[in-house]
Design a protein around this ligand. Structure first.
Ligand code: NDP
Ligand code: PMR
Length: 398
């Protein structure tokens, strides 16, 4: 029933995707939060004492799914012991959803100071308080990614604080699936790509110098990606599919005069978001190729699971918002809670076992992390280079 209704919201081409096969059979990226037999089997291999040590809220059976194959991040590795000071992580869009949950997860370890880089200062302060973060674990700083001036101002302000920068998490995003007409950033770029990609592109390029200077043992830059930008998955084949084409729309300014879509096509808000996620994943790989060896910075992207309850879907029709969480929970089993997704992103920030650069992380049914494959387009090195060069021009770096 839930599926039928969600399903009916989609263009008819989607029908074949669902009718053709069982979801789980063809999935490359799945997450399970429901308790399953296989989780139970797996957890049997680890003693209950060990599970309690890894996860203080573990109770026999039911919470076994949160046990991960990777070492827990609160265990000091030789790498972490090199420094006594707290790490500082900047998280964009930390005022809700994944960003807030990650800020909370990092703050809870007592080892991180989180800079919540947000467009709505008051909302961010309230959000931090609402999840019980202590004042000394976070600082809210203003950043509006839909304005390149604001991005530059944020970088200046950050440098004035004289805090080191150890990790940058590019997390903020907007999604406008129901918009009939495009809207634009301060500099006149289509809003989804302008915010999710171009704002983060400038931010990451400017802050790379600051990351380089950090003496923290593991410096990281993370750009949040998604399954829906990857057409090698079932979710990525739900129309409209991501496709950057030859980037002609981006190259002509993405300002609505020629086109407001990267591929030069007609405006489609859902596609613009998915395209922006492809840009995020391509940018991470290009950063890795250009700077990993020289700087030692780890560059990574991830799909944290389907966090169907976040504000990302605020502009979707009410029926979608009602049915999407149960659809993901019970039908696709791709659902993950904000808390669990926050722990996943926090692993990518600080877990020594997730320190490899150039990786797109995902989590399997047991909540164990693994290096996932990107789609052909999202791993196209030539396209990544072209995207880099065009984006540099648009944000005024070239
Ligand atoms: P939310 O809407 O809850 O969070 C998005 C955050 O981005 C909010 O804090 C929002 O601020 C902020 N933001 C939006 N526009 C700007 C801007 N111009 N400047 C600064 N901040 C801005 O969504 P999610 O937590 O779901 O999304 C977080 C990330 O996770 C995104 O990159 C998304 O693509 C990714 N993702 C989400 C999935 C999901 O299922 N939800 C799945 C896969 C990836 P404000 O609070 O002021 O609105
Ligand atoms: Mg999708 C295993 C299958 C799976 C997963 C993991 C997701 C994740 N979705 C899956 C399948 C399907 N979805 C199917 C079969 C359908 C047709 C009924 C479907 C539909 C659908 C819609 C209409 N799904 C959506 C939408 C959105 O508007 C969301 C979107 O595309 O936002 C860009 C979305 C999502 N599905 C996901 C995830 C993670 C999203 C949120 C997208 C994101 O943040 O990238």
């Amino acid at each position: 029933m839930a599926l039928q209704a969600a399903y009916s919201l989609l263009p008819s081409t989607t029908a074949s995707i669902y009718k053709e096969g069982r979801f789980s059979a063809s999935l490359k990226e799945t997450t399970l939060t429901s308790f399953s037999f296989s989780n139970n089997l797996r957890s049997d291999k680890i003693s209950i004492k060990e599970q309690r040590r890894q996860n203080p809220r573990f109770s026999t059976g039911i919470r076994a799914q949160t046990v991960t194959a990777t070492p827990p991040s609160n265990e000091a590795s030789p790498e972490q012991k090199k420094t006594q000071r707290k790490g500082t992580a900047v998280i964009t869009g930390a005022s809700s959803g994944l960003g807030l949950a990650t800020a909370k997860a990092l703050a809870d370890t007592g080892k991180w100071h989180v800079i919540m880089a947000c467009r709505n200062f008051l909302k961010a302060e309230k959000a931090a308080k609402s999840v019980g973060m202590s004042k000394e674990d976070y600082t809210v700083m203003h950043l509006d990614l839909a304005s390149l001036e604001s991005v530059k101002q944020f970088v200046d302000n950050y440098r004035r604080t004289e805090r080191p920068l150890d990790v940058l998490v590019c997390n903020a995003a907007v999604y406008q699936p129901t918009a009939k007409e495009p809207s634009f950033t301060a500099e006149g770029f289509e809003l989804s790509v302008g915010t999710n990609h171009l704002g983060h592109f400038l931010l990451s390029r400017l802050l790379l110098d600051d990351l380089k200077k950090s003496d923290y043992p593991s410096k990281r830059m993370i750009i949040v990606g998604s399954i829906t930008g990857n057409t090698n998955t079932l979710a990525g084949n739900v129309p409209p599919k991501a496709n950057l084409g030859d980037l002609r729309g981006l190259a002509s300014g993405l300002n609505g005069q020629n086109s407001s879509m990267i591929d030069g096509g007609e405006y489609d808000g859902a596609k613009a978001y998915k395209d922006s996620k492809v840009c995020n994943m391509l940018t991470m790989q290009e950063l890795h190729r250009r700077y990993h060896e020289e700087t030692g910075v780890t560059f990574a992207s991830l799909y944290p699971g389907c966090i169907a309850t976040t504000g990302l879907f605020r502009e979707h029709v009410p029926l979608f918002r009602l049915l999407f969480p149960p659809f993901q929970k019970y039908i696709t089993k791709g659902y993950v809670s904000e808390e669990e997704a926050g722990k996943r992103l926090a692993q990518v920030v600080s877990d020594p076992s997730l320190g490899k650069s150039g990786v797109y992380w995902s989590w399997n049914n047991n909540s164990s992390s693994f290096e996932n494959q990107l789609s052909k387009e999202a791993s196209d090195a030539e396209k990544a280079k072209k995207l880099w060069e065009v984006s540099e021009k648009l944000v005024g770096l070239a």
